[in-house]
Design a protein around this ligand. Structure first.
Ligand code: GTP
Ligand code: MG
Length: 316
């Protein structure tokens, strides 16, 4: 008897070729769950397949998506597999519960020169260390949207922390994204790379700058948020599926609606606020000092600590 085809992606559905799958994804039907709850007529209209084919696709999607009941105990077991990447600052590690976690998105937002990129460089080095030294023995996928990736700087940090700079740089795959489409596509196609290169950390620096540049004006805001939403969900899926950490950086703007207190608000609105598991707000202080505020965390209390951006990397 022929083995039944396992349905994992849209392309695995009967009658859905790569072209129709692309069209569906572009329209927001990017998971089997979404197809399973869609109307066949709508799918047909979007992708150009016949209504009958769409009906079969919906039925197959329904069969292959199951509700995943799990006990609290099972989730606790799974959480034991979660890895933590050291920021190289003990205070910052303590504040966020041991380090930057896998299976989650950690966002750092703040003004220019607040240290978002430097923290990313430190994580590029840390993740490659063995577990007992705060690493995950893994590589990095670095999506650079601002052209600020600096191998020399990473080499300097690696050397100062007793690692071979050449090997450290070899384990970092860099994609220079110039458009939001390139940025999104890199995440869409990252599965194979993550497995082949044993990647444990994906960095998007920055998450929002290209979106901001491409979608100008109020009219484009809806589309921008929609695209950003699907991109950040894709990153979360990568984090879950491969048990890797995702670190994203984000710019800020002054919110004129806030009259008292700090008017600095991260870009990306609710979309990013809800998607990021842990949010850090970075502020410049004197010289090398940076104040890091834990704004949002599923398990740690809000708090503040100081880290230093030094030639040898992040320090207390
Ligand atoms: P934007 O990307 O502009 O929004 O800022 P950012 O938050 O990413 O800032 P970044 O992480 O690039 O931090 C810049 C700061 O890090 C600078 O003001 C320097 O103080 C420090 N820095 C940058 N490069 C070096 C370096 O090579 N050595 C040392 N010691 N510090 C550096
Ligand atoms: Mg930067």
């Amino acid at each position: 008897m022929a083995k039944e085809k396992v349905v994992r992606e849209l392309e695995d559905l009967p009658g859905i070729g790569p072209t129709s799958a692309e069209k569906l994804k572009a329209a927001g039907f990017d998971t089997l769950e979404k197809v399973a709850t869609a109307s066949p007529h709508e799918l047909s209209e979007i992708s150009g397949i016949s209504v009958d084919t769409a009906k079969k696709a919906v039925a197959t999607a329904q069969e292959s998506t199951t509700i995943n009941y799990q006990t609290g105990e099972a989730i606790l077991e799974k959480r034991k597999e979660i890895g933590k990447i050291s920021t190289n600052s003990k205070d910052l590690n303590d504040m966020i519960g041991g380090g930057v976690e896998t299976n989650a998105i950690t966002e750092a937002y703040g003004k220019f020169s607040s240290g978002k990129t430097q923290l990313g460089f430190q994580l590029c080095v840390s993740v490659q260390k063995p577990k007992k030294e705060g690493g995950l023995d893994g590589g990095v996928l670095f999506i650079d949207t601002e052209g600020t990736f600096r191998p020399e700087r990473i080499a300097e940090i690696a050397k100062a922390q007793g690692m071979d700079p050449t090997k450290v740089l070899e384990n970092i795959v860099v994609v220079r994204a110039q458009t939001t489409d390139q940025q999104i596509l890199t995440a869409e196609r990252a599965d194979k790379l993550i497995q082949e290169k044993n990647i444990k950390l994906v960095i998007v620096d920055s998450m929002t700058s290209l979106f901001r540049a491409e979608f100008l004006g109020r009219g484009a805001l809806g589309e921008r948020q929609q695209k950003l939403n699907s991109h950040v969900h894709r990153l979360q899926t990568l984090a879950d599926k491969h048990n890797i950490a995702v670190y994203i950086t984000n710019q800020v703007m002054d919110n004129p609606g806030i009259l008292f207190g700090d008017p600095t608000t991260p870009i990306g609105g609710n979309v990013l606020a809800h998607a990021a598991t842990t949010r850090l707000y970075l502020r410049k202080s004197k010289e090398e000092k940076r104040i890091v505020r834990l704004v949002d965390s599923p398990s740690q209390p809000e708090g503040e600590c100081v880290m230093k951006v030094t030639p040898e990397g992040i320090k207390d």
